[in-house]
Write a protein that binds this ligand. Sequence first.
Ligand code: SF4
Length: 397
Amino acid sequence: MVTARQELLDQSLAPICEKVAAGQRLTHAEGLRLFATRDIFTLGRLANLVRERLHGRKAFYNVNRHINYTNYCVLRCKFCSFYRSYPRGGAGAGDGYEMSIEEIVETAARAAEAGATEVHIVGGLHPRLPFSYYLDMCRGIRERCPELHIKAFTAIEIVHFARIARPRRSIAEVLCALREAGLDSLPGGGAEIFDDRVHDEAFQAKVGERHWFDVHRVAHDLGIPSNATMLYGHIETPAERLNHLIKLREHQDRSLAARAAADAGPRRPAAFNCCVPLSFIPEGSALGHLPGPSGLDDLRTLAITRLMLDNIPHIKAFWIMQTPKLAQVALNWGVDDFDGTVVWYDITRREGRGTNRQELSVDQIRRLIREAGCVPIERDSLYRELHRPVAAGGEGG
Ligand code: SF4
């Protein structure tokens, strides 16, 4: 156990160990101490204690398919290597792209046939596509694949839709229309770091925290679950990361209270299912001169996220960004979710080159989880356990 003072390399962690053992909420100052400590083993053990208290040795993954429908974007966030400006000559020039509804529906259908339970859909803020495109996208997938969970659109995309819809629509109207068309949940991207300084320096033109929280508050009130994210390792400080996490925690307190006060049913208020700390990848972005987070910073941030967010059930290591090897190690540092098979992912490519095919098979994921001493559990998008036969010759069990 981690509470005995003589076992600690850093004695200043003793009060934090006692609070974690007692299940008490950590403060910003305690989070800062965890960011500063060199006793990373105690940090890992503390995060693992909380992880095991919530989930035992289970480690979750899902069979999913990411679809990035366009990389055209009206913004130019400095940390982003994904966007392309819409060419004067129209779509098709350069390496920008946009997918047709038929292509998107076909992609989703092929994923469902291959066993996927979820499509994860996000893209740039396209200057020309009308709101009906996004409704048709959801409707088309829902009609073709009634069982597939549609997790789609970051808060910034939702705000964009409210602006381009004719007649103009409120956030609630946009979300209701998308849900009517088939949307099931929001993925949580676009949060970056909730801080005015970081916002002004790294993504000034993008809507800030007020809009991000507005979208998730309305979604939760409507009963649409979502995830939370934090993009770390660029220009923000540890104190700013902690402010971000505490704002997420406060939002979740509110959502959980609303949920507890409501009657059960399909429209019961929802909350964050998980938090996904996203490791910044500098290559190809306007912040390419920055080193990006080290492996130790990744582990430290994932562990502290687990410790600070005492009201969000799951912490995900998104292996695309943290790498499969580090995500595997993180399973003993507070992380309980490995994300999924992904297949194609355009938003980031390590070293700024290579293919956008970024896939782990179910067997590979299960093997990585088992090697970490955990029990692999396939989940659906709402973290309900799924049990299906493992193919002959597969990793099994
Ligand atoms: S992060 Fe999103 S909004 Fe910003 S430039 Fe990239 S695609 Fe556009």
